[in-house]
Design a protein around this ligand. Structure first.
Ligand SMILES: Cc1cc2nc3c(=O)[nH]c(=O)nc-3n(C[C@H](O)[C@H](O)[C@H](O)COP(=O)(O)OP(=O)(O)OC[C@H]3O[C@@H](n4cnc5c(N)ncnc54)[C@H](O)[C@@H]3O)c2cc1C
Ligand code: SF4
Length: 338
């Protein structure tokens, strides 16, 4: 019988109990360190021997990173709060149901029980080549294996690609953008708070990361202001199988309708680019219009302007157009039904 002599490279496991200690450890070990949340993405990388950190900083013992709290300006969700808690929390369900919907469609119950909201928005790209350790652009090389005539690119980007055509796979991210969430980080320079849409970056800024965190940075919480609390929400995810599967595309929107017209709307899609996209042009174009099929049709067309398909993902263009259209028409139907 063959004996497998290959083992995971060893690392030092550090288990801080406070945000201060965790950030200092991440800062001290810089690019040698790996922050470990629920481990769903992390353990794939480590067990596949693709990423080989010298130090793993386990965040699971930091109580102040866990839970959902009411704050003066909305709610705050600790980065180590599980997706299951996010889905079931009464404050989120009551006021920010869009996030509960998105989080509930991520992965499987077991993964949601262990996976955290911080990990979900910070998870890495799911491109087959990259995950298998191929030395592509995102891995520091000088080629994209997916963007070739025979590359496996059915799941990849139709917008804003720059060398790398991988997409951001998070289901909670577009909901957080639509809710105008703020991401709170502890960095070597102190606390930093950014709008959800600015947490995510494309390859034109840094091809090796999907987010703005640098070595030494820790995501501590996500705050959601009351701006869109109780608005009319729409979340739809399209995936290959209706069991756990990453989104091919998803859409999240919040809309306030007054006197039969759209007073204001925020809408974001994911799975179309390396970062979740807030569709500002759509938000502007639908303001003052009735939330009906004609407005949805116009918005859908606008949303996909500039999209460029790869060899095997042209289907994403009509799919995104229709998701945006339904985000407007679907809300209207829900309103009439209630
Ligand atoms: C089989 C499978 C199916 C899945 N399907 C879906 C899906 O359909 N939709 C979806 O959205 N997701 C899906 N996921 C992703 C899953 O939801 C994420 O892997 C999970 O949310 C990551 O969270 P985690 O807590 O396990 O983080 P980890 O895996 O521990 O961390 C993920 C990354 O984030 C970094 N990180 C985590 N927390 C912090 C922090 N507080 N500060 C700084 N860095 C941090 C880690 O260093 C790591 O790089 C799936 C995963 C699997 C394994
Ligand atoms: S799409 Fe990005 S991650 Fe995938 S092979 Fe190309 S460069 Fe690598």
């Amino acid at each position: 019988m063959a004996v497998i002599r290959d083992v995971m490279p060893a690392f030092d496991l550090l288990q801080p109990k406070s945000i201060d200690d965790a950030q200092k450890l991440l800062e001290k070990h810089g690019s040698d360190a790996w922050a470990l949340a629920g481990g769903l993405d992390s353990f794939d990388w480590l067990k596949d021997r693709i990423k080989k950190p010298k130090v793993v900083v386990d965040l699971s013992g930091i109580e102040e990173l866990k839970g959902v709290r009411s704050v003066s300006d909305g709610i705050e969700i600790g980065a180590m709060t599980t997706l299951t808690e996010v889905v079931n929390h009464p404050l989120i369900k009551q006021h920010y149901g869009l996030l509960a919907q998105g989080a509930e469609l991520a992965a499987s119950p077991q993964i949601r029980n262990q996976g955290t909201i911080g990990g979900n928005v910070t998870q890495d790209a799911r491109c087959w080549y990259y995950r298998a350790g191929w030395p592509c652009y995102r891995a520091g090389g000088n080629i994209c294996y997916a963007d070739t005539p025979e590359g496996r690119n059915r799941e990849h980007a139709i917008l804003y690609a720059d060398r790398c055509v991988a997409v951001n796979p998070s289901d909670s991210a577009p909901a957080l953008i639509a809710l105008d969430a703020k991401f709170v980080m502890r960095t070597p320079q102190g606390e930093r708070v950014v709008d959800a849409e600015d947490y995510f970056i494309g390859p034109e800024i840094d091809i090796t990361r999907l987010h703005i965190l640098k070595p030494g940075d820790l995501l501590t919480a996500i705050r959601i202001p009351p701006t869109w609390a109780g608005a009319q929400f729409y979340f739809e995810k399209v995936r290959d199988r209706n069991v756990w599967d990453f989104p091919l595309l998803n859409v999240a929107s919040a809309m306030v309708v007054s006197g039969g017209s759209i007073e204001r709307m925020r809408i974001a899609v994911n799975g179309a680019a390396a970062r979740p996209l807030r569709l500002k042009a759509v938000e502007d174009a639908v303001r003052g219009k009735p939330p009906n099929a004609a407005t949805g049709e116009m918005a859908g067309k606008l949303a996909v302007q500039g999209a460029i398909p790869l060899q095997f993902n042209a289907y994403k263009i009509p799919l995104m157009r229709n998701l945006v259209k339904r985000a407007i028409g679907g809300v209207q139907e829900a309103t009439w039904a209630s």
